[in-house]
Design a protein around this ligand. Structure first.
Ligand code: SAM
Length: 487
């Protein structure tokens, strides 16, 4: 689970850059190859893009050489993520030389950040489409078919794609992402997201419920509600979160916040497991934790990035909470949900970070003892407040050393946390065959820890009670003792 590269959150590294493919429609004559990088949101967006293009006559292919249209859904979060995409474009260029009719489009955050500059910098790119412009793809494709380059990077006030039924790509048929907010208003000084994904807006709870109900009917057993900052979810009839003040009294009285949405989803499908990501400490409220405690189908796991343990650095990052307030939130979580797993994102080597600040991060980690962690060396991003106002003054070697120190501490804590599961019998939802053994299933417990156990007669999608006998720092090893009540 420990990463210091382009990979985000719980996305399996092996998924990065994977080409998505779906059931083909016999009437469709053109072939789309689509690759995704970065966060879960991007993978979810690619499902929306594939859905829009399926109606435009495109079947997906996993073979790049077969494609009429190649799309790459990109990530800008760190420089390395962008370099990976540039390398991929070199590969597409080589293929295009042998297939001059093949068109290449760049989607997502890099498209938004670089806009038409992309067409100058990467000569092979025919089309540049930002994250809010996917509904315009049919027009843009017509443009490139007629031999013109096409760009749409307009960010929207209200686009949530709530009316596009995403096609599930590369699915295990068990877990699916459901997008609930787009954009971010937090303006963390290190982060490019507000510039690439625009202002924050929430999706109509009715369309979220319809999607969740539809997934349940199609056999899915677990959903993850997705957003850059899910706790900030606020539906009041549409529009930007920042404009809530201007809403009518009626809109305010009937508004739905994240705790309210969790309740609605948990009640609509009481046997479906519900997860969510990402939470921001400054926006997470007690009613969310109480909703989690109240519904057994809401998984007991919170991804709660803190980024630094130093009050001075938190302030410089514009994270609007202190270390003490974060501890208070952690204490409340542990009081209300004693068995709740908590994970972090951490950045080392933010401008001006001293050894003392770094020690504060290590001591914060000691206090929380996170179950998992996603740790990164600071990467300066053009256009962010940190880039404009602060010098990237921490030497790479120092960033790397501090990163390896926090990774080491996280590994120790991950092992401590997996050991707490030993001897217990826990419900595991089977997702597929274990990577290491064909005779074992792999699934997760409520706390999001991976468990493996002998297959016996169980099958993918079953909820099984598993007795945990052994563990590593990342995996629980056990044996099934029967179906759980949820099955
Ligand atoms: N919205 C979430 C939040 O505010 O915590 C997550 C946003 S981001 C997509 C995922 C993670 O990437 C962040 O939590 C942060 O740890 C890391 N990240 C973002 N910008 C970065 C940068 N400039 N350099 C290094 N890591 C960065």
């Amino acid at each position: 689970m420990i990463k210091d590269n382009t990979v985000e959150k719980v996305i399996d590294e092996s998924q990065q850059g994977s080409a998505l493919s779906l059931d083909n429609n016999g009437k469709n004559g053109r072939k789309l190859y689509i690759e995704s990088y970065g966060c879960q949101m991007n993978f979810s967006d690619s499902e929306i893009v594939a859905s829009i293009l399926a109606k435009e006559g495109f079947n997906t292919t996993q073979n790049l050489y077969d494609a009429d249209l190649v799309l790459v859904n990109t990530c800008s979060i760190r420089e390395k993520a962008e370099q990976t995409v540039r390398k991929r474009l070199e590969k597409f260029n080589a293929v295009k030389r042998t297939k001059p009719n093949m068109k290449v489009g760049v989607l997502g955050c890099m498209a938004e950040r670089l806009k038409s500059k992309f067409l100058e910098e990467e000569k092979i790119v025919d089309m540049v489409v930002g994250p809010d412009a996917y509904k315009d793809l049919p027009n843009l494709i017509q443009e490139i078919d007629e031999g013109r380059n096409a760009v749409n990077v307009i960010l929207s006030k209200d686009e949530t794609y709530g009316d596009v039924a995403p096609v599930r790509l590369n699915t295990n048929g068990v877990s699916a992402f459901v997008s609930i907010t787009r954009g971010c208003d937090n303006m963390c000084t290190f982060c490019v997201v507000p510039f690439t994904r625009g202002r924050e807006r929430s999706r109509d709870p009715q369309s979220i419920l319809e999607e969740v109900n539809d997934l349940w009917e199609r056999g899915f057993k677990e959903i993850t509600l997705l957003g850059q900052n899910v706790d900030s979810y606020l539906w009041y009839g549409g529009g930007l979160k920042k404009d809530f003040d201007k809403a009518s009294d009626m809109q305010k009285a009937t508004s739905v916040n994240f705790a309210g949405l969790l309740e609605l989803v948990a009640q609509a499908q009481p046997k479906m497991r519900i997860r969510f990501s990402t939470s921001n400490p400054q926006d997470m409220t007690l009613d969310v934790i109480e909703a989690m405690a109240k519904h057994q189908n809401i998984c007991k796991y919170i991804h709660l990035p803190v980024q630094s343990g130093s009050n001075r650095i938190l302030k410089a990052m514009n994270r609007l909470h202190t270390r003490e307030e974060y501890f208070e939130l952690i204490d409340n979580i542990r009081k209300i949900i004693p068995d709740c797993a908590i994970s972090q994102d951490m950045i080392t080597g933010f401008p001006t970070e001293t050894e003392e600040d770094h020690q504060d991060t290590l001591s914060l980690m000691e206090y929380v003892k996170y179950d998992f962690g996603f740790m990164f060396a600071y990467s300066e991003r053009p256009g962010t407040l940190a880039e404009r106002k602060m010098e990237d003054d921490i030497p790479e070697a120092t960033k790397k050393r501090r990163l390896s120190e926090i990774i080491e501490v996280q590994q120790k804590h991950s092992h401590y946390r997996t050991q707490q599961h030993l001897g217990k019998t826990q419900e595991v939802l089977i997702e597929g065959t274990s990577k290491k053994s064909d005779t074992h299933w792999m699934g997760r417990n409520s706390q999001n820890t991976v468990a493996v156990f002998p297959k016996e007669h169980y099958k993918v999608g079953d909820f099984v009670n598993v007795k945990i006998n052994e563990c590593t720092s990342a995996t629980l090893i056990g044996e099934a003792v029967g179906y759980s009540e949820n099955n």
